[in-house]
Write a protein that binds this ligand. Structure first.
Ligand code: ZN
Length: 212
């Protein structure tokens, strides 16, 4: 039986997408140096701790990437719903806080207006899309981010719910593991869920908290 040879699959088949010479003609092609520059910038998402937990003196608080990763899983396990593009939700979840790689996690306590926060984040997003080379992949990231910010689709509404759900689930976990009182995170999100799925998942978390 012929065995699978990853090297021949990746490099020797000239019709393969990994053929660099052909890929340059492809609008989705990201030059390797741009890809690695972009990913290096994204490392800050892994090293920047979420500000809400830092302010509450949580020990070993999660990073921005940690938060986006679990939101990606939320989208992955969510039910099919008429008119909902679940794959788009997964992508939106892993992109929605990407500008924080440059501007950091700005919270309402920082004394920066919502408009100024938005302006800084939009500028950072544009910079990251330029670093990526501005092709169709950069365009996709830009459009997903804008759609989320503008809350302009069913996917954006669901991912915005996931954003809050991920936060209160994490709050409950820190309350249990570190004996913290993180009531304010539950208060600030109560009644703000936009989808039935979001409401149902949030109420499951709240009822577990009440039982605890
Ligand atoms: Zn978020």
């Amino acid at each position: 039986m012929a065995s699978f040879n990853p090297n021949s699959f990746l490099y020797k088949n000239s019709t393969n997408v990994f053929d660099i010479a052909e890929s340059r003609m492809n609008p989705s092609f990201v030059p390797p140096s741009s890809a690695i520059d972009f990913l290096t910038l994204c490392n800050r998402l892994k090293t920047t701790k979420r500000a809400g937990w830092v302010k509450k003196d949580v020990k070993n608080p999660e990073s921005i990437s940690d938060h986006m990763y679990r939101m990606g899983l939320m989208a992955l396990i969510s039910s099919d719903f008429p008119g909902l593009n679940r794959d788009k939700c997964v992508k939106m979840a892993i992109v929605h806080d990407i500008a924080e790689a440059i501007v950091g996690d700005i919270t309402p306590c920082d004394g920066i207006s919502k408009e100024e926060k938005n302006r800084r984040e939009k500028e950072a997003l544009d910079h990251m899309c330029n670093v990526l080379g501005g092709g169709s992949r950069a365009e996709e990231i830009h459009d997903l981010w804008m759609e989320y910010e503008e809350n302009s689709s069913l996917e954006a509404k669901l991912v915005k719910d996931f954003d809050k759900i991920e936060m209160i689930l994490q709050a409950l976990e820190y309350e249990k593991d570190q004996g913290k009182d993180l009531e304010e995170f539950f208060v600030s999100t109560a009644g703000k869920f936009q989808t039935d799925m979001g409401k149902a998942w949030a109420s499951e978390i709240v009822s577990r908290r009440n039982k605890h």
